[in-house]
Design a protein around this ligand. Sequence first.
Ligand SMILES: Nc1ncnc2c1ncn2[C@@H]1O[C@H](COP(=O)(O)OP(=O)(O)OP(=O)(O)O)[C@@H](O)[C@H]1O
Length: 235
Amino acid sequence: MQLEVNITGKSFENAAGKRHDVLAAINFTLNAGEVGVVFGPSGCGKSTLLKILAGLDHNYQGRVVRPGVRLGMVFQEPRLLPWRTVEENVRLAAPDVDEARIAALFDVLELTAHRHHFPGELSLGLARRVALARAFAVEPNFLILDEPLASLDNALAGRLREQIATLVASRRMMTLFVTHDLDDAVRLGDRLFFLSARPARIIHVETIAALRAKRSEQDIADIKARLAQLDLANM
Ligand SMILES: Nc1ncnc2c1ncn2[C@@H]1O[C@H](COP(=O)(O)OP(=O)(O)OP(=O)(O)O)[C@@H](O)[C@H]1O
């Protein structure tokens, strides 16, 4: 299974009919078992790109090939149904999920005590974990995470990052993760796609040789230092 992305352009029109170019050329492939990270400045078009890759937006130039995709997606806002419990939110997305799988997911994500809570009773961090459980319950072969660690304090973000790493390592799938935090990108990713300001194009691809599970603090510091030298913010 491989995702092939050959986008040549994407624009929006405003109410006055003026064209607003958001994506320029974006070309890459992503393989099963690989974590790609989309990294770029605020407003450069990352969410727009993800919507295209998720198959939610067909109005672009170019071609995206996503053979037999079973998609799991975690948006920036958890988007849970407020009148359904945590467990019901997960089961609605994945009607075939068995109890053992739900129990295992809730265990990794520390949600067991919250099964019967409603979304309105959850903090943002908890709601994100429910959104992750829902995405994994469908046993995806393509997982998209749009800034799942944004707006969480450091301790919560660190814990959730570990939980995401555990879940991602438990399944062979294509994963695409959007962040504007370089540390998260270097800790979670295998290949980092650096985007320019709008209209976004890929200005650098960083392939991380050290395996995710074996990446040491020193490896992470070295990669970040090398990337800082590339001065990507000014490209
Ligand atoms: N449906 C839409 N109609 C018109 N313009 C849009 C639409 N969606 C996004 N845009 C514009 O496209 C640009 C890119 O938005 P997008 O949300 O993809 O950026 P982003 O990189 O995900 O931003 P952030 O890092 O802040 O989440 C912005 O200028 C935004 O205003």
